[in-house]
Design a protein around this ligand. Structure first.
Ligand code: DQA
Length: 146
């Protein structure tokens, strides 16, 4: 049987993880998070593709492409979470489960971070678990796809 494929999208500034505000986002690097996701995917029998962009339109393009190719999506849209109706609208194209992830607990932070444009259109949201949130999301998707 062909392996299931899922996509992980990382939004703006997440390529700086490890160096960026480590007190809030932790010290694990962006590359290590992606490696851990790929390795966990192998254990779960899921092919994991990753994509990062600092550009809203590039993220929209990737989500449109994903609607044809993947059986699940994990997305941390970074600061666009709080502003992007375009990313929200693109997510509505996806029939597969979509898990929104944030390293920090956005509901405990500044008021402008407490509104997510994505939450209402995602299947589920995980926030406040640091980088573990990505792995938890992948495990949850693996269960949903069984
Ligand atoms: C974030 C939270 C956002 O408010 C912020 O702009 C980020 C990261 C998180 O993972 O906690 O870039 O999405």
């Amino acid at each position: 049987m062909a392996s299931k494929k899922i996509l992980v999208i990382h939004g703006p500034n997440l390529n700086m993880l490890g160096k960026r505000e480590p007190r809030i986002y932790g010290t694990t690097s962006f590359n290590d998070i992606n490696k851990n996701l790929l390795n966990l995917g192998k254990k779960l029998g899921i092919v994991v593709d990753t994509f990062q962009s600092n550009h809203e339109g590039a993220i929209v393009d990737k989500i449109q492409e994903a609607s044809q190719k993947y059986e699940g999506l994990i997305i941390n849209s970074g600061a666009y979470t709080h502003t992007s109706i375009a990313i929200r609208d693109a997510i509505l194209l996806i029939k597969a489960p979509v898990i929104e992830v944030h390293l920090s607990n956005i509901y405990k932070r500044e008021p402008f971070r407490q509104k997510s444009m994505i939450a209402e259109v995602a299947t589920a949201t995980l926030c406040g678990f640091g980088h573990d949130g990505y792995y938890m999301a992948l495990e949850a998707l693996a269960r949903m796809l069984k």
